[in-house]
Design a protein around this ligand. Structure first.
Ligand SMILES: NC(=O)C1=CN([C@@H]2O[C@H](COP(=O)(O)OP(=O)(O)OC[C@H]3O[C@@H](n4cnc5c(N)ncnc54)[C@H](O)[C@@H]3O)[C@@H](O)[C@H]2O)C=CC1
Ligand SMILES: Nc1nc(=O)c2c([nH]1)NC[C@@H]1CN(c3ccc(C(=O)N[C@@H](CCC(=O)O)C(=O)O)cc3)CN21
Length: 281
């Protein structure tokens, strides 16, 4: 892909409609960040092992009370039963969710993958109208590319059959090239869902490398250099400015279709929100 220089306009357009992510423990962060987050911004709320239902519902309600749009995660493998899912959805009272497989190596209940949550019918039965699904430009450490491609096609078809709108949220990464190559590949496979490119929010280099290692995200020396991650000065911080400029420069609507941004905040919802406000100004 020929790298072209991004204009301020293409970079700003790319940032339109960006979404953020928080965990159930980040409500104070949300309150602190509220003044720099545009009204109506979507905020994904994680579904992690160290959170419980009341925490997840409280976080989603805090997002709504702040005039923002919660997108609660539903981690298939962490659900203990159909009732567990039904109880969660009725407590959330949300019209959109992010349905994701979940990190447990073995499912805690009847759902082994996001497709089975979609096919349960429980989402639309509880008022959900839009379902985000996960995407892996760089593959997944424990799942074959073939399984990921098949699951993506099955989820895309299942959403269409059920009249549910959707989008794809990609795993964060530090290298734009595999992201745009992957988006071009899904378009060739007829998957036209909007793609929210996962972007690491600004954070300490040590923290970025720790989460990259935890989630199987590539941080080779060449990728680190491209991103501006110094692997020697681990005391420093790094933001996604180069990543976003490269993405804006190499993005072609005719090839890649609708692309937006999803910022993973790693506990830094306020830092990320302020960084985005500065980057846009
Ligand atoms: N923001 C987030 O929370 C994100 C989480 N993930 C993680 O990526 C993995 C896959 O998620 P999806 O793309 O929604 O997959 P999926 O639910 O569509 O499943 C795709 C295929 O991988 C298998 N699979 C799913 N999770 C697995 C796991 N933890 N270990 C082994 N096999 C698994 C499924 O059985 C299925 O065959 C999950 O572990 C998920 O937690 C990925 C991206 C972002
Ligand atoms: N495979 C996979 N599983 C995931 O759960 C996952 C991904 N990928 N991709 C990116 C997002 C980011 N995720 C997370 C998970 C936990 C924290 C977390 O523990 N945050 C702490 C503070 C962070 C710190 O300071 O270390 C918090 O309190 O929010 C953050 C992001 C979950 N996500």
């Amino acid at each position: 892909m020929s790298s072209s220089l991004p204009t301020a306009e293409t970079t700003s357009t790319l940032l339109d409609g960006f979404s953020l992510e928080m965990t159930g423990k980040d409500i104070d962060e949300l309150t602190a960040a509220r003044h720099v987050i545009p009204g109506g911004t979507r905020i994904n709320v994680t579904f992690l092992g160290n959170e419980d239902l009341p925490m997840r519902v409280a976080a989603a309600n805090a997002v709504r009370d702040a005039g923002l749009v919660p997108v609660p995660h539903v981690s298939a493998r962490r659900l203990r039963s159909h009732e567990d899912l039904a109880e969660f959805l009725s407590a959330l009272n949300t019209d959109r969710v992010f349905a994701v497989g979940g990190d447990p190596a073995t499912p805690h209940g009847p759902f082994a993958d996001a497709l089975s949550v979609i096919e349960s019918g429980l989402l639309e039965a509880h008022g959900v109208r839009s379902v985000s699904i996960a995407g892996y430009p760089e593959g997944h450490p424990d799942i074959s590319d073939e399984a990921l491609w098949r699951a993506l096609a099955d989820k895309h078809a299942a959403l269409a059959e059920r009249g549910l709108t959707g989008e794809i949220i990609t795993q964060f990464g530090f290298d734009v090239d595999p992201v745009l190559d992957w988006i071009a590949a899904i378009r060739e496979r007829g998957i036209d869902l909007p793609v929210r490119v996962g972007v690491p929010g600004p954070a300490g280099i040590r923290k970025l490398l720790r989460f990259a290692a935890r989630f199987g995200v590539g941080t080779s020396a060449s990728i680190a250099r491209k991103y501006g991650l110094s692997l020697t000065n681990l005391m420093g911080t790094a933001g996604p400015d180069r990543f976003l400029r490269t993405l804006a420069g190499d993005y072609h609507p005719g090839v890649h279709g609708t692309v937006r941004l999803h910022f993973y905040t790693f506990g830094g919802l306020r830092t990320t929100s302020e960084w985005i406000a500065d980057f846009r100004s």
